[in-house]
Design a protein around this ligand. Structure first.
Ligand SMILES: [Zn+2]
Length: 162
C-alpha cells in the first residue's frame, strides 16, 4: 500500500473510532476525532520509515514494534492512539500486495496473503474503504467487550477495599 492509501485509511479510521468512543455525534465527538486523527495518521505513516532506516517491510513492520507503541501510553503517558495507525498499516500491507511483512522480525519470514489488491488497481481505494469498515467493526466490538471488563476490574479492586 502507498502513502495515499495509508492516509486515507487513517483518516477514515479516526472518524470512525471517534464515533465509537463518543457516539452522541456532538461537540465531544468532533473533539475526539480531532484529538485522535493526528496520532492515528502519524502511526499509519510510521512503519514505512524503514524504507530509509532499516529494511523495508521488516524493521518497522512487525509485532515487537506494535507492542512497544501500544505500551507507550501505559508506561510514559504519551503516544495514545498511535498503535491504531501502526496496526492498520500492517493490515493494509498484508492485504494490499502479494508480498507480506516480517511480523516476527528479526525472523525473516514474511506473512501475507497469496493474493493482493495492488495500489495501481482501480479498486485500491474501494478495498481500502472496505478494509477500514471491517477494522472499525472489530474496534467497536473490542471496545464494547473491553469496557465491560474494565468495569468488572474496577469493581473487583473496590471489592478489595483498595
Ligand atoms: Zn508498509
Amino acid at each position: 500500500m502507498n502513502k495515499r492509501g495509508h492516509v486515507l485509511n487513517a483518516i477514515l479510521l479516526a472518524i470512525g473510532v471517534g464515533f465509537v468512543l463518543e457516539p452522541a455525534a456532538d461537540l465531544e465527538t468532533a473533539r475526539t476525532i480531532i484529538e485522535i486523527s493526528v496520532p492515528i495518521v502519524l502511526g499509519a505513516l510510521f512503519p514505512d520509515v524503514d524504507t530509509a532506516f532499516g529494511r523495508h517491510r521488516k524493521t518497522l513492520h512487525n509485532l515487537p514494534v506494535l507492542v512497544v507503541v501500544f505500551a507507550y501510553p501505559f508506561v510514559f503517558g504519551n503516544l495514545q492512539y498511535v498503535w491504531i495507525g501502526v496496526l492498520s498499516h500492517y493490515v493494509l500491507d498484508v492485504i494490499g500486495s502479494k508480498r507480506g511483512i516480517a511480523l516476527f522480525y528479526p525472523l525473516e519470514r514474511e506473512f501475507g496473503l497469496p493474493a493482493g489488491v495492488t495500489t495501481s488497481s482501480d479498486y485500491a481505494d474501494l478495498v481500502t474503504v472496505i478494509i477500514t469498515g471491517v477494522e472499525l467493526a472489530v474496534f467497536w466490538g473490542l471496545n464494547t467487550a473491553l469496557s465491560g471488563v474494565e468495569f468488572d476490574v474496577l469493581r473487583f479492586v473496590r471489592g478489595l477495599g483498595l
